[in-house]
Write a protein that binds this ligand. Structure first.
Ligand code: SF4
Ligand code: SF4
Length: 273
């Protein structure tokens, strides 16, 4: 796993456009915004580098929308409800309430911001592109299962967020941020515009194996990768998630979101702020 990322950039950056893009995203509902130069993606898998999608790309703008704290704590909701029978409550709360409030609606906002930002940048003369935030719907997930056996994203939003300085990977295989821990989702826009890169995170956030509560509470979808440096800031994932197992186990154990809910990083801060 890499512990340093390339900082090479061959273009003059525009701080004014960077500030405008950041302010525009925040006014539209983004909780965090960062910029990576494309040099930070030099270790991308073949065919998945920003320049494979936008040949003259210079920057990747990554941004996140935070999850509502109370959207994650649904396990005790509806106790005693006369409208939702007890036998249906976990299903209703996980597969309707949380999937919408903590997932689909957040991804919809991320996708709309990405589409609008890409269009804004193109109107200034910079070719730009984005990808859907995640394989959200059942129909798309079934299609992906057939066509992409690895389930890998076409462009990794988590890697983009880390390379834009927004956080580091944690043992839950999510990006931990100083402001929201892992309770945030991401999208990004690849663009020809030469924007000013944000500094990379330099201090570790994940408490690592001395914590590992995310692994302990997961019913078995996450496994450690070999050879990661426990002391380094994790710019690449120290673990792998078996997404088929995650889908199956979360259906059986009602644990959607547990791997981010149990993480202590910035949990209180996210609520207090
Ligand atoms: S949703 Fe459940 S099964 Fe999937 S990674 Fe999180 S805790 Fe594990
Ligand atoms: S729960 Fe602990 S080990 Fe897991 S990601 Fe959070 S800090 Fe890291």
């Amino acid at each position: 796993m890499k512990t340093r990322l390339s900082e090479k950039t061959e273009h003059e950056e525009s701080p004014a456009l960077t500030g405008e893009v950041t302010a525009w995203l925040k006014a539209g509902g983004a909780s965090l915004v960062g910029v990576a130069n494309v040099g930070r993606f030099d270790d991308s898998p073949t065919g998945h580098h920003p320049c494979d999608f936008v040949p003259g790309a210079r920057s990747v703008v990554a941004f996140g929308v935070a999850l509502l704290h109370q959207a994650l704590y649904w396990e005790g909701y509806l106790a005693g409800s006369e409208f939702v029978l007890e036998k249906n409550r976990k299903d209703v709360l996980q597969n309707y309430f949380y999937r919408q409030t903590g997932y689909a609606m957040v991804n919809n906002l991320l996708d709309m911001l990405a589409l609008r930002l890409a269009n804004l940048l193109e109107s200034r003369g910079y070719r730009s592109l984005f990808f859907p935030a995640t394989y959200g719907t059942t129909v798309i997930w079934s299609f992906v299962k057939q066509k992409i056996p690895s389930r890998a994203g076409l462009f990794s939003q988590r890697h983009a967020a880390v390379r834009a300085g927004l956080g580091e990977f944690g043992l839950n295989n999510l990006v931990l941020t100083p402001e929201y821990g892992p309770r945030i989702r991401f999208n990004s826009v690849i663009t020809e515009a030469a924007l000013a890169p944000s500094p990379l995170l330099e201090e570790k956030l994940c408490l690592g194996e001395k914590c590992a509560i995310c692994l302990e509470k997961c019913p078995g979808a996450i496994s450690l990768r070999a050879g990661f440096d426990p002391e380094a800031v994790w710019y690449d994932a120290p673990v792998a998630t078996d997404t088929d197992a995650c889908v199956k186990l979360s259906g059986e154990h009602y644990c959607l979101g547990r791997c981010l809910k149990v993480c202590p990083v910035a949990r209180k801060k996210a609520v207090v702020d």
